[in-house]
Design a protein. Structure first.
Length: 427
């Protein structure tokens, strides 16, 4: 492979791989500045406007619903248009909508529309990011790179939570939308200026040429294979559907905790909202280790098979969701450890399903399309859990929400069994 290339070409490839990795990491992490701030703002919005959990759950669900639709559309566009352009548009638009959301004045219909549109532009981030990763990194390191890249949205989510929690401590909830928007705008410009879509666009050999040892220095476009082909690759493969419904179940857990964990600790465990936010950060931070571990073990131990790792972690996730609910809130150390384990076993399988499996199942030429489709189905689960959990908590109890999340983990594990069979058959 790369051993047949000259040392100078290898060095340049490695330089650009490192550069692109960190550009992708920082840029996609910043999307979360304009997404998770809503969960921190929920108690303040409820208090000021006397809105119900179901109403605010509907606002959260609007983001997830339009994010799901946008993932499918922008996933396809991510393979056609370049990642550099579409990610910049998405991040800038999301920043503007966050500013406007702080001005909605508690009008629930307007909040739903604005936050829903934010979800659509947020969907311009991940599919094109996976496309860029697929263009720059070969399959034999994809699990490892996916695991490391996945830490961007985990740490990005955690830092965004911390920032929002700190802002709300000193200002009112509106500033949790306004301050982060300025950072998002700066990073969008930075990405557009410095990023490149594929090695061949800067006179380096493509991944296929690198595998053959061909030093092709001709500057070329990363050619699109056509919407007919990307749609066929996406929709005709049943194992892509299994992966998608696996993410559907997993997102019921992931976004259930991301949306409602601060409120749960505020109401059930007696924490202040800022303290509940800081404690909830343990969930994504432990997920960093889960993502790195899952990517590494799928490459090294399971020989590039992602499904068995995801299956084992999902079964353990269901177990720890159950334990988190039955542990009394005053046992905060045990509660915190279990919350961290939930994060570990949530984000491990998540990164495999949204970053490694799409390229494995769909090839690098359809990487954005397959990622967008899987994420679209997955965010239908996120949409369901946002308003569904709010409804279950209000009409029944927190127990009902936890059983709902446990069901999501088990459903995801079952879907991974089917993908596992495919990987065994493929060899």
């Amino acid at each position: 492979m790369a051993n047949e290339l000259t040392g100078s070409v290898n060095l340049k490839i490695k330089h650009w791989q490192t550069k692109m990795f960190w550009l992708m990491w920082i840029t996609y992490a910043s999307f979360y500045l304009g997404r998770v701030n809503f969960s921190v703002a929920i108690p303040g919005i409820m208090q000021e406007f006397s809105l119900s959990k179901t109403s605010l759950g509907a606002v959260a669900s609007a983001l997830f619903a339009l994010y799901a639709i946008g993932q499918f559309i922008n996933g396809q566009l991510g393979d056609k248009l370049n990642s550099r352009r579409i990610i910049s548009i998405g991040l800038l638009s999301s920043a503007v909508l966050n500013i406007f959301f702080g001005l909605t004045g508690g009008i629930i219909g307007l909040m739903i529309v604005v936050w829903g549109l934010n979800g659509y532009f947020q969907s311009m981030g991940w599919g094109p990011t996976v496309k860029a990763m697929a263009n720059w990194f070969p399959r034999n390191v994809r699990g490892k790179i996916a695991g490391r890249l996945g830490t961007c949205y985990i740490i990005g989510g955690a830092l965004s939570w911390l920032l929002a929690g700190t802002i709300i401590k000193y200002f009112n909830w509106r500033f949790t939308f306004w301050f982060p928007s300025l950072i998002m705008m700066a990073i969008a410009v930075h990405w557009y200026i410095r990023a490149r879509n594929a090695p061949e666009e800067i006179g380096l050999p493509s991944l296929e040429d690198q595998e053959k040892g061909i030093e092709n220095s001709e500057i070329r476009k990363d050619e699109h294979i056509g919407f007919r082909k990307t749609l066929k690759i996406t929709l005709a493969n049943p194992y892509i559907w299994f992966a998608a419904f696996g993410l559907f179940g997993l997102n019921i857990v992931r976004y259930g905790f991301m949306t409602w964990a601060p409120t749960y600790m505020f109401e059930e465990q007696g924490a202040t909202i800022s303290m509940a936010t800081y404690k909830a950060v343990a969930f994504p931070l432990a997920g960093v280790l889960g993502a790195i571990f899952a990517g590494w073990v799928s490459d090294r131990v399971f020989k590039n098979r992602r499904a068995p790792v995801a299956f084992i972690m999902l079964i353990l996730l269901a177990l720890f969701c159950y334990l988190f609910r039955i542990i009394p809130g005053e046992n905060w150390i045990i509660s915190l450890i279990i919350l961290m384990l939930i994060g570990f076993f949530t984000f491990g399988p998540h990164i495999l399903i949204v970053a490694a499996l799409p390229v494995d199942l769909g090839s690098r030429k359809a990487a954005s399309s397959v990622t967008g489709f899987i994420d679209a189905i997955g965010y239908a689960g996120a949409s369901l859990t946002a308003v569904g959990a709010g409804f279950l908590i209000e009409k029944f109890s927190w127990d009902a929400a936890f059983y709902f999340w446990i069901f999501g983990a088990i459903m995801a594990a079952v879907m991974m069994v089917f993908v596992w069979k495919f990987e065994m058959k493929k060899g």
